[in-house]
Ligand binder design. Structure first.
Ligand code: PLP
Length: 449
C-alpha cells in the first residue's frame, strides 16, 4: 500500500478531536495512526511497518486479517447479521459446542458476553448465587477488567481510582518466586507458603463468607508468572474443602496462547467457572464468556439466571469464533505456539538474558513470555520503580522507543516487556523480533547499576 501521510494526519486529527482514549491523560497522548495490518505486522500511513509483539492487547492469536475468519464474518453478515440472545441461532450453538468441547472437565455450558470484564462480572454473580455468599478473593499482581467488580478484583494500580465499591473483595498474594512475597528460595517452598497464606486469609475472613476465589491461571499483564507445580491443585483442594467456587480467568491465557487450548491444561486442574475472551475469535468481533460446570449450571435449571446482555452470543462474533477455532485446528496453531515457545522464543530470550545485564528473569511458555528488566541482577531492583510514570519511567520509555525504531511494537508494563506475538508467528518473524529486542536491550543496559 502506498504511503499517504496526509491521510494519516487527517485520521490523527479527528482522533485527537473526538476519541477519548482508555487509561490516558487525553492531552498527553500521541496515538499512531494505523493504515493496515496483516498476519503479525501492521503499518502506518508513512509506510513504516511494525512486527506486533503485543498481538493488539494480547488477543490476535491468529494474527490480523486471517482470510478464513474475515470471510466467515462477511458470510454471516450477508446471511443473518444479528439476532437477539433468547433464540437458538446456528452459529451461536456451534460456537458454544466448539468452546465447550475444548474447555477442561465438565465446563460444558457457555454464557456469552462481549468481552473479558463482563465474563468476570457474570462469573462472580454465578458464584455468589450458587453459594449464597458474597466475598470474593483475588490476587495482587492480577488484572480482571475495568468494570465495577472486575476492576475491584484487579490487583494492580489500575484498581486504585475505582476502589470505592469493592463490596467483599479481598486480595491475597499468589506465588511468584522471582519476587517472592514469602521470602521463599525454591518453587516448592513458594508453593507451600502461598497455600498456607491463602488458608490463613480464608480462616480470618471466614470460610462461610467466601463465594469464590478467582485467579488468572497464569497472570498475564501482571508479569506471566507460571504457578509452581501443585499450587493450582492446592487451591482447588482448598476450594472444595470450604465450598468455595474456583474461577480461573483465562481471558488472556486461553485459546492457544500457552501452547494448549487453555492454560489450565498444563496443571491438570478443572475450575468451576472459566472466563474467556480475546483469543476465542482473535478479537475480530467483541466476544467473551463464562464456561460453567455442570453443578453450577444446575443451580439455574429451575431458577432463572438473573443476568444478560443485549449482544450475548452475537452472530457476527460467534461466526468469527467458529471460523477461528476451526482455523486454529486446521493450521495447528495451538501446537505451533507450543513449538515456537520451546524452540525459538524461549531459547532466544534466554540467550538475550545471557548477554544483557538488564534482563533479570525470562519466564513463560508458548507465545506468552515476560522479560523482567532490572537495574541490578543481584538485588533484582526493577529497572523502574513499581507504577513509575514520567521521568521515573524514562528507562522503559527509552527501551520502548528503541524497539519501535527497530520495527518492533513492544508490550511494556512497568519494568517488564512481554513477548506476546500472534500464536501463528513464523520462525523467521520470531527471530526478527528477537533481533530487535537485542538492539533495544542495549539501551536498557545503559540504565543498569
Ligand atoms: N481478565 C484478564 C486476565 C485480562 O487480561 C483482561 C484484559 O486484558 C480482562 C480480564 C478484561 O477483558 P476486557 O478488556 O475484554 O474486558
Amino acid at each position: 500500500v502506498a504511503p499517504d501521510p496526509q491521510a494519516g494526519a487527517a485520521v490523527k486529527a479527528a482522533d485527537r478531536a473526538h476519541v477519548f482514549h482508555s487509561w490516558s491523560a487525553q492531552g498527553l497522548i500521541d496515538p499512531l495512526a494505523v493504515a493496515g495490518a496483516e498476519g503479525s505486522y501492521f503499518w502506518d500511513y508513512d509506510g513504516k511497518r511494525y512486527l506486533d509483539f503485543t498481538s493488539g492487547l494480547v488477543y490476535t492469536n491468529i494474527g490480523y486479517q486471517h482470510p478464513k475468519v474475515v470471510a466467515a464474518i462477511q458470510e454471516q453478515a450477508g446471511r443473518l447479521a444479528t439476532f437477539a440472545p433468547a433464540f437458538a441461532v446456528d452459529v451461536r450453538s456451534e460456537a458454544a459446542r466448539l468452546i465447550a468441547e475444548r474447555t477442561p472437565g465438565d465446563l460444558d455450558k457457555i454464557f456469552f458476553t462481549n468481552g473479558g470484564a463482563e465474563a468476570v462480572e457474570n462469573a462472580v454473580r454465578m458464584a455468589r448465587l450458587h453459594t449464597g455468599r458474597t466475598k470474593v478473593l483475588s490476587a495482587y499482581r492480577s488484572y480482571h477488567g475495568a468494570t465495577s467488580t472486575a476492576i475491584n478484583l484487579t490487583g494492580d494500580p489500575r484498581r486504585w481510582a475505582s476502589d470505592t465499591a469493592s463490596a467483599g473483595v479481598v486480595h491475597f498474594w499468589a506465588p511468584f518466586l522471582y519476587r517472592s512475597p514469602f521470602y521463599a528460595t525454591t518453587e516448592a517452598e513458594e508453593c507451600a507458603r502461598a497455600l498456607t497464606h491463602l488458608e490463613d486469609t480464608i480462616a480470618f475472613e471466614g470460610p462461610g463468607t467466601i463465594a469464590a476465589i478467582i485467579l488468572e491461571t497464569i497472570p498475564g499483564t501482571a508479569g506471566i508468572m507460571t504457578p509452581p507445580p501443585g499450587y493450582l491443585a492446592g487451591v482447588r483442594e482448598i476450594c472444595d474443602r470450604h465450598g468455595i467456587v474456583f474461577v480461573l480467568d483465562e481471558v488472556m491465557a486461553g485459546f492457544g496462547r500457552t501452547g494448549t487450548w487453555f492454560a489450565a491444561d498444563h496443571y491438570d486442574v478443572v475450575p468451576d467457572l472459566l472466563t474467556f475472551a480475546k483469543g476465542v475469535n482473535s478479537g475480530y468481533v467483541p466476544l467473551g464468556g463464562v464456561a460453567i460446570s455442570a453443578e453450577i449450571a444446575a443451580t439455574f435449571d429451575k431458577r432463572p439466571y438473573p443476568g444478560g446482555l443485549t449482544y450475548s452470543g452475537h452472530p457476527l462474533a460467534c461466526a468469527a469464533a467458529v471460523a477461528t477455532i476451526r482455523a486454529m485446528e486446521d493450521e495447528k496453531v495451538v501446537e505451533h505456539a507450543a513449538h515456537i515457545g520451546e524452540t525459538v522464543l524461549g531459547p532466544g530470550l534466554r540467550e538475550l538474558a545471557d548477554r544483557h545485564p538488564s534482563v533479570g528473569e525470562v519466564r513463560g511458555l508458548g507465545a506468552f513470555w515476560a522479560l523482567d528488566l532490572v537495574r541490578d541482577r543481584e538485588t533484582r531492583e526493577p529497572l523502574v520503580p513499581y507504577n513509575a510514570s514520567g521521568e521515573a519511567a524514562a528507562p522503559m520509555a527509552a527501551f520502548g522507543a528503541a524497539c519501535k525504531a527497530n520495527g518492533l511494537w513492544p508490550f511494556i508494563n512497568m519494568n517488564r516487556t512481554h513477548a506476546v506475538p500472534a500464536c501463528n508467528i513464523t520462525e523467521a518473524e520470531a527471530k526478527e523480533g528477537l533481533a530487535a529486542l537485542d538492539a533495544a536491550l542495549a539501551v536498557a543496559d545503559e540504565h543498569t547499576a
